[in-house]
Design a protein around this ligand. Sequence first.
Ligand code: G3I
Length: 329
Amino acid sequence: HAPDRPLKSFARFPVGCAVTAERLADPADAALIARHFSQLTPEWEMKMEYILQDDGTFRFDAPDAIAGFAHEHGLRLFGHNLVWYAQNPVAFRRLDGKPKAFADAYRNYILAVAGRYAGQAVGWDVVNEAVAEDGNGLRACLWSRNLGQIDYIRRAFDHAHEADPTAVLFINDYNLESLPKKRASFVRLVEKLLQAGAPVGGVGTQTHIDAGLEPGALRRTLGDLADFGLPIHVSELDISLNRAGPAWRSRAGLAEAQLRLAEEAAEAFSTLAANQRFAFTLWGLKDGQSWLRSPKENRHPPWDAPLAFDDAGRRKPVFDALAAGFAGQ
Ligand code: G3I
């Protein structure tokens, strides 16, 4: 293919990238993002940790900048995320154990945030990572403690739908491809929500995958999720050494695994029915910007390279593997 074809040009569905306002303010990164992708997911600046201040006020400067960039470049904006166990803002902790005030603040937050981007965001991760890490049932969290285990999820979807009836509302989780038990719990949760009439419009599988993932796991996962007949979002792809065994702990081993997994993920997604391919999102632009390389995570050797562009902005073999998988070659 032409040496500089945009990644999105190989796919018959939106190809997304996780971004920050800082990245979009960098001319080189902004140009790469606008050229290769057709959808943006704010990596953290549309979450409570950024928006909701300790005094209960909201700040929208960064998420507005991301939404503005998407609008200016004709890119789809995907909201991430409204409710997540990992976010424990002071403004809500202060209401812990005060059910009425907590429920009002919860509805107010979701209406304010989803309402602000109504008509622009094509969809939202309404609730992120509700299933327990080991797949045994659902996580206990600030939200489930104050609103009920299923009810906090049901309310979040109802509030988001009230705020933006046009957005496709997703429930999103990870390790669905590596932990079949977790995938089964996720499927049961979605079934329960749909049966209860919750406006779940799509399912997200993050797909943070490890070099050691066994062949076929991605195809099986997408197949299970396709049974709902809902749009599917591969929402946070990166390919790394997370829990991979020693066999992959070498540059060559990782490179080989990344090519295999990138093509398998892209191909499996490309073979889904058109109405079930919501989008395929990479969790970042350049290797060095990956969350996996952040000081907090720092779980990976410096040469770990989970994404499609190197730190100089050059495409890597993973780029070509994704392109081949998207094009079904
Ligand atoms: O850049 C600011 C810095 O200026 C500030 O001083 C500092 C103070 O805490 O924060 C820095 O921002 C950090 C940001 O990443 C940098 O991009 C935030 O603290 C930190 O919380 C944030 O981490 C993000 C994390 O979610 C928590 O929101 C990661 O970037 C992001 O990759 C990660 O993404 C999650 C998905 O949302 C859900 N699935 C798992 C995935 C990986 O954990």
